[in-house]
Each structure stands twice: as structure tokens, then as C-alpha cells.
Design a protein around this ligand. Structure first.
Ligand code: FES
Length: 232
């Protein structure tokens, strides 16, 4: 039977790759490979997944050097010479094996003021939103982010400057800057213009290149830079 030569990260941030032989199967995903190792060879292997269909964002890992969802990555598309190297996401502290600590990533959503602050109370009628307007359609697309942190792991600026808010939190802030019902614009503009905010981005574009759902955080950040300077 054909086999894959799989190297999996074991241990904490100071760990190492360990080798496993995994049977190759038709239509096998990278997550299937990790699960096979956990079930047959390494029951103590730590990793995350939930939906297995690209909806929850919890299964992201580094596969042959590139961050991606493992449940939606077919081995046949990513394998190199029957070899797979699977590690934890970059730019996040490793808890153990393939599981990273996401708390800093989500703290940055708070730092970017990535939550809706309504201005109406429950006695007012909901604000009419034109769902067909170009601005609304653009914001709707960016709202599809499922917080998988693939863009964050791909970002060279986060790697170089760990305090940088990063593409996911800024993309979320951008959707709120587009929302005329939101009343937190002044505070958000101040937060985004501060150190480690939007102007730290070097526009490499790795976030948009790697986003598994085809979002454009780099475009959101470029727009936020204008918004943070001039309003809108
Ligand atoms: Fe949910 Fe992969 S397990 S996105």
C-alpha cells in the first residue's frame, strides 16, 4: 500500500518534527492524515478541529510551509514527493503539538474595537440598509471571515512586529467603519491610528493571498488607512 512520509510537530514552541508513516487513501485530506496519526500512532497528539467542512476555522495549521485549513486541503493538492510536513500556525504561541494559543489573536479584535456599538435604542425603528449598494456588498463580503487566523499566520508584519493588530482584526474593524449604524467611529479611528495599528501594515498582501474564503484584508487595511486619516 502506498504511504505518506509525514512529519508532525510535537511538543511546545521548542519542540521538533517527528516522522510517521500514514497509508495513502483516495480523497484524503490533511486533517484525515492528522486524525489517522492520532488514532493509530500517537493518541496524545494535540490538535483542533470541529466542523470538517470549512465553516468553523479551527483546523488551520502550517502544511508544507503554508498556512491553510487542513479539512479543506486535499493531500493530492499539497503533497510533495509523498511528503507532508504539518506544523502549528506561525505567529501564535504553541500550546502543544498542533494546537496554538489563540487568545492574543482575539485580544487584538478587542484592541481594534471590532465590536458593533449601536446608537439606537429598542424604541427606534431599525435603520434602513440598502442591501444592494456597492458599499454594503463590499462590507458583506468582508463579514464572511470565520477567524481561522490563516491570514495572521501568513502576515510578515506580525512576524516582525508581534504587537501589530494584524489583518483579521483590522478587516473586522473595516466592516464596522462601513456601517452607518455604528457609533464608535472616533474611538476606533484613534485605536487604529495608534502604534501597532493600520499604519504598521507594509502592504505585502500575504493575508489576501492566503485567505481560504477569498477575502481581501489587504484591501480593507488600505481603505482603513484613508479612513483613519481623513474619516469618511
Ligand atoms: Fe472547521 Fe476545518 S474543521 S474549518
Amino acid at each position: 500500500m502506498a504511504e505518506l512520509d509525514v512529519r508532525l510537530w510535537r511538543g511546545d514552541g521548542a519542540g521538533r518534527f517527528e516522522r510517521y508513516r500514514v497509508p495513502r487513501r483516495a480523497n484524503q485530506t490533511v486533517l484525515d492524515v492528522v486524525t489517522w496519526v492520532q488514532r493509530h500512532l500517537a493518541p496524545d497528539l494535540a490538535y483542533r478541529f470541529a466542523c470538517r467542512v470549512g465553516m468553523c476555522g479551527s483546523c488551520a495549521m502550517t502544511v508544507n510551509g503554508r498556512p491553510r485549513w487542513t479539512c479543506r486541503s486535499h493531500v493530492s493538492k499539497v503533497v510533495k514527493d509523498d511528503r507532508l510536513e504539518i506544523g502549528p500556525l506561525r505567529n501564535l504561541p504553541v500550546i502543544r503539538d498542533l494546537a496554538v494559543d489563540m487568545s492574543g489573536f482575539f485580544d487584538k479584535w478587542q484592541d481594534a474595537r471590532g465590536r458593533f456599538a449601536g446608537t439606537a435604542d429598542r424604541h427606534q425603528r431599525p435603520a434602513p440598509i440598502d442591501a444592494t449598494s456597492p458599499a454594503r456588498r463590499q462590507a458583506d463580503a468582508a463579514i464572511e471571515c470565520i477567524n481561522c487566523a490563516v491570514c495572521y499566520a501568513a502576515c510578515e508584519t506580525v512576524a516582525w512586529r508581534p504587537g501589530y493588530l494584524g489583518p483579521a482584526a483590522l478587516n473586522r474593524a473595516w466592516t464596522l467603519a462601513q456601517d452607518e449604524r455604528d457609533g464608535d467611529g472616533a474611538a476606533r479611528r484613534a485605536a487604529l491610528g495608534a502604534d501597532d495599528g493600520v499604519f504598521t501594515c507594509h502592504s505585502h498582501g500575504a493575508c489576501s493571498e492566503h485567505c481560504p474564503v477569498g477575502l481581501d484584508p489587504a484591501g480593507s487595511i488600505a481603505d482603513l488607512k484613508r479612513w483613519a486619516l481623513f474619516g469618511g
